[in-house]
Design a protein around this ligand. Structure first.
Ligand code: NAD
Length: 230
């Protein structure tokens, strides 16, 4: 049985990492257009660099919750038959033990050089303008995918969606494309689809089955069901 799981900010909410849209459409008090677009970075790079430095520091204090741990347990059983695709830029899946994680929107712990394109682990705050380890220029930006930029790994996701038997979306609002459309692709290729979310999302109607509740409760229960049937 091949499974594709898509996770969003909701899976990390109970770890104390705030989601995006739940409080008045702001992300940690900022408008998305002011911190998560290439235009915002061009206009006010200091604010954007500080914002992601703060997010990175905050995530180091967070711990994976039972939902992250359950998905690591699923991978331990299914191996390469599971592809875990996340829109999250935190590393809580990896810290829970997941090894095969595709970060569609990049990773808070990584920097991208605007000049040479090298991706490198962040060793110090980007707001201090450290040098790129590859080319030596002080031109590092967060290695996160901003609105208007192309997500990472879409070709791999497309293949996995075409081949999977089940597609499950967890804690994602269905407001950010292309991830919001994955359910349509999976359905088109014949997969059974399920959404696990606190409340109805923008795309709930597209799923075969929808379960409402906390990710920390729903995900371990669903993983138990899958493993019992495997
Ligand atoms: P979103 O914030 O737009 O939506 C979060 C969804 O999670 C909502 O539908 C909400 O109902 C649900 N939710 C909240 N708490 C939940 C819980 N305890 N259990 C189950 N569901 C819960 O998130 P998104 O769809 O992932 O889009 C947000 C974008 O912002 C992404 O592109 C991501 O890169 C970025 N972001 C990432 C993080 C992170 O890395 N943890 C946090 C905030 C924003």
């Amino acid at each position: 049985m091949r499974v594709v799981v898509l996770t969003g900010a909701g899976i990390s909410a109970e770890s104390g990492v705030p989601t995006f849209r739940d409080v008045g459409g702001l992300w940690e008090g900022y408008r998305v257009e002011d911190v998560a677009t290439p235009e915002a970075f061009a206009r006010d790079p200091d604010t954007v660099l500080r914002f992601y430095d703060e997010r990175r520091h905050a995530v180091t204090f967070a711990e994976p919750n039972p939902a992250h741990l359950a998905l690591a347990r699923l991978e331990a059983s299914l191996g390469d038959d599971l592809l875990l695709v996340t829109q999250n830029i935190d590393d809580l899946h990896e810290r829970a033990g997941s090894r095969r994680v595709l970060h569609l929107h990049g990773d808070l712990g990584s920097a991208l050089c605007e000049v040479c394109g090298t991706r490198s682990p962040i060793a110090e705050d980007l707001a201090g303008r450290p040098a790129c380890p590859a080319c030596g220029r002080p031109t590092l930006r967060p290695d996160v995918v901003w609105f208007g930029e192309l997500p990472y790994g879409l070709d791999e996701v497309d293949v996995a969606l075409a081949e999977c038997d089940r597609f499950v979306a967890i804690g994602t609002s269905g407001a950010v494309h292309p991830a919001a459309g994955f359910v349509l692709t999976a359905t088109g290729f014949g997969a059974a689809t399920m959404e696990l979310n606190l409340v109805e999302s923008d795309v709930s109607l597209l799923f075969d089955e929808v379960r409402h509740g906390l990710a920390s409760m729903l995900v371990p229960a669903w993983v138990d069901e899958v493993l019992a049937a495997a």
